[in-house]
Design a protein around this ligand. Structure first.
Ligand SMILES: [Zn+2]
Length: 504
C-alpha cells in the first residue's frame, strides 16, 4: 500500500491515503487528506468537464481557438469575427494597449465581463499587434503580471488579480491541451494558432514558481524568417562582402554572437538567396524553429542518435549543394563540418565565439588542425541586435554626461549631438520600433590563411586588420549611432563589445 511517490486509496467513502515513509499525527494526516482530496477533485473536475470545455471552445470561440492542431503544417482555419453582441475581443486588447502605452494596469474588474476563451485570444492578438515575440504570465505579490517581449526587451503590459490571472493561465492551458490540474511539475506544449490570418507557432511552458504558477509563451511568427539580406542592417561594405561570397560560393560561412543576436535570421536570409539558385539545400537544426518551403530540414534527436555530427554525415549522403548546420557545439560536429567544407560543400553554421577572430580559436579548441581551418573557413560574421530608434519621435540633443564619459573612456571624440529615444503613439511610447543588426564581417584573404597556418594570435591579427581598414563591431555600432538608427544607450547595453576594444 505504501510505495514512495504514489498515492493509494479509495475516493469518496472515507478512504485511506498513505504516504511512504511519513509518520504523521492526526492534524498532519487531516491536512494531507484535505490536500489529496482537493487534488483529486480538481483532476476529476478537469476530466469530467473536459467535454463541456470542448463544447464551450467550439461553440463560443471555435473560429479563433485552434485547440487541437498538432501539426504546424496543417492549413490555418480562417479567422472570422466573433458573433456580434456575444463576444467583443477588443475591450481587453484596447485596455492592454492602453496599459502598454500609458504604463497603467488594466482594470481587472471589467475583464470579468469577457468570456474566458476571449481573454487568451485577445491577448495573443494584442501581442501580435505589438510585435511581441513572447508573452510572460508571472505571479507577483500584487497579482499576475502580463509581460510582453518586444524588440528583445520585456515590457510590463498589465496586472491582473490572482483570480483573473489563474483563469487566463488555465485558458492557455486548455488551448495547449494541458490539464489545469498540472500544477506541480514543469510542462511544455506546442500548438499552432491562427491570428489575423497568420499561423503562429506557440510554445508554452508552465512552471511552478515560489509565488505561484508561471507561464511563458513563445510565439514563432513565419514573417520573422522572411528577411532579405538587405533587411538585416548590413552596411554597404559588409553587404558587398557577403555578395562577393554569394557570387563565388565556397567553404564555410560562420556566424558568431551570443544567443538571441540574430544569427539564425542571418543564415535564413542567406538561404533565401541560395534558394534562388537551382540547387538542393539540406539543414540540420536544433530546434527547427521555422519551416521553409523547398528546403529539407532535419531535427537533431540525440535520444535516437541523431546528433549534429551524425546529421551532417547523413546530409552529405543526400547529395546536397548547400548545408546549414544549426550550431557547431562539440569536437565531433566541428570535425565533420570542417571535412565537409574541405570536400567542396558550401556549409553555413553558427559558432560560439567572442568575435570573428575568436572563431578560429574555437575551431582549434574543438580539435580542428590549422591547415583544415585555413582550408575550410571562408567568411566569419559577428553580430548583435539593437533596437531601432523610432523615426517619428527620435530627437537630436547634446550628449548626456554618461554618454560623454563613455566616449572619453574609450579615447574617442564625443559627437556634438546624439539621437535619443522619446516615445510617441507610433512606437507605443517605447521610443524604439523594430531591431537592426550590428555587424563585423571577415572575408578571409590569402594573408589571413597564412596567419592562421602560422598560428598568429588573435590580438596580432586584429591589429593588422585594423591597420588595413577592417571595420569591427564597434565601428559599425558607432556609425549606426551617428546616423540615428539606434541610440548610444543600446550600444552601451551590449557592454562586452567595448572593453575589449578600448583604446583603439
Ligand atoms: Zn515613436
Amino acid at each position: 500500500m505504501c510505495r514512495r511517490g504514489r498515492w493509494y486509496g479509495s475516493f469518496g467513502g472515507g478512504g485511506l491515503y498513505h504516504v511512504g515513509g511519513f509518520d504523521a499525527n492526526a492534524t498532519c494526516l487531516s491536512s494531507v487528506f484535505l490536500a489529496c482530496t482537493a487534488i483529486v477533485h480538481r483532476a476529476c473536475f478537469w476530466y469530467l468537464t473536459r467535454p463541456i470545455w470542448s463544447i464551450i471552445s467550439q461553440g463560443i470561440g471555435s473560429d479563433c481557438l485552434m485547440t487541437s492542431s498538432t501539426t504546424p503544417s496543417k492549413p490555418a482555419r480562417p479567422v472570422t469575427p466573433p458573433v456580434p453582441g456575444l463576444i467583443d475581443f477588443t475591450p481587453w486588447a484596447r485596455k492592454l494597449s492602453l496599459a502598454l502605452a500609458e504604463g497603467v494596469p488594466a482594470n481587472p474588474e471589467s475583464l470579468a465581463e469577457l468570456d474566458r476563451p476571449a481573454l487568451a485570444d485577445a491577448l495573443l492578438r494584442d501581442a501580435v499587434e505589438h510585435r511581441a515575440t513572447d508573452i510572460h504570465l508571472d505571479q507577483a505579490a500584487r497579482g499576475l503580471l502580463v509581460r510582453l517581449r518586444i524588440d528583445g526587451r520585456v515590457v510590463d503590459a498589465a496586472v491582473l488579480s490572482s483570480r483573473e490571472g489563474e483563469r487566463l493561465i488555465n485558458q492557455f492551458k486548455m488551448l495547449a491541451e494541458i490539464p489545469p490540474v498540472h500544477l506541480f511539475t514543469p510542462i511544455s506544449a506546442r500548438r499552432s494558432y491562427s491570428v489575423e490570418g497568420f499561423e503562429l507557432d506557440l510554445r508554452l511552458t508552465a512552471a511552478p514558481c515560489l509565488t505561484g504558477q508561471s507561464l511563458a509563451i513563445r510565439m514563432l511568427h513565419p514573417e520573422n524568417v522572411e528577411h532579405h539580406i538587405g533587411d538585416l542592417g548590413l552596411s554597404k561594405r559588409h553587404d558587398d562582402q557577403l555578395d562577393e561570397w554569394l557570387r563565388n560560393l565556397n567553404g564555410m560561412f560562420v556566424c558568431t554572437g551570443p544567443t538571441g543576436s540574430g544569427k539564425t535570421t542571418t543564415l535564413y536570409a542567406l538561404l533565401r538567396e541560395l534558394k534562388q539558385h537551382d540547387r538542393r539545400i539540406v539543414t540540420i537544426e536544433d530546434p527547427v524553429e521555422y519551416q521553409i518551403d523547398g528546403i529539407n530540414q532535419i531535427q537533431v534527436n540525440e535520444r535516437h542518435g541523431l546528433t549534429f555530427a551524425e546529421g551532417i554525415r547523413t546530409i552529405l549522403r543526400m547529395d546536397p549543394d548547400y548545408v546549414l548546420v544549426g550550431e557547431i557545439r562539440d569536437p565531433a560536429s566541428a570535425q565533420v563540418a570542417g571535412q565537409a567544407s574541405i570536400s567542396g560543400r558550401v556549409l553555413l553554421t553558427t559558432l560560439h565565439a567572442r568575435d570573428v577572430f575568436g572563431a578560429v580559436t574555437s575551431l582549434r579548441n574543438y580539435g580542428l588542425p590549422v591547415h583544415e581551418i585555413a582550408a575550410a573557413l571562408a567568411v566569419v560574421v559577428n553580430q548583435r541586435l539593437v533596437r531601432r530608434l523610432c523615426a517619428n519621435c527620435r530627437q537630436e540633443e547634446e550628449p548626456t554626461e554618461v554618454d560623454v564619459s563613455w566616449y572619453e573612456a574609450l579615447g574617442l571624440e564625443t559627437p556634438k549631438t546624439l539621437w535619443y529615444a522619446k516615445g510617441c503613439s507610433e512606437c507605443h511610447h517605447l521610443g524604439y520600433l523594430g531591431r537592426t543588426g550590428v555587424f563585423e564581417v571577415w572575408r578571409l584573404t590569402e594573408r589571413d590563411y597564412s596567419d592562421i597556418l602560422a598560428k598568429v594570435d588573435e590580438h596580432t591579427m586584429r591589429e593588422r586588420m585594423a591597420e588595413e581598414g577592417h571595420l569591427d563591431l564597434l565601428d559599425d555600432a558607432l556609425t549606426k549611432v551617428a546616423r540615428g538608427i539606434t541610440s548610444l544607450e543600446e550600444i552601451r547595453g551590449l557592454g562586452h563589445i567595448t572593453p575589449y576594444l578600448a583604446g583603439k
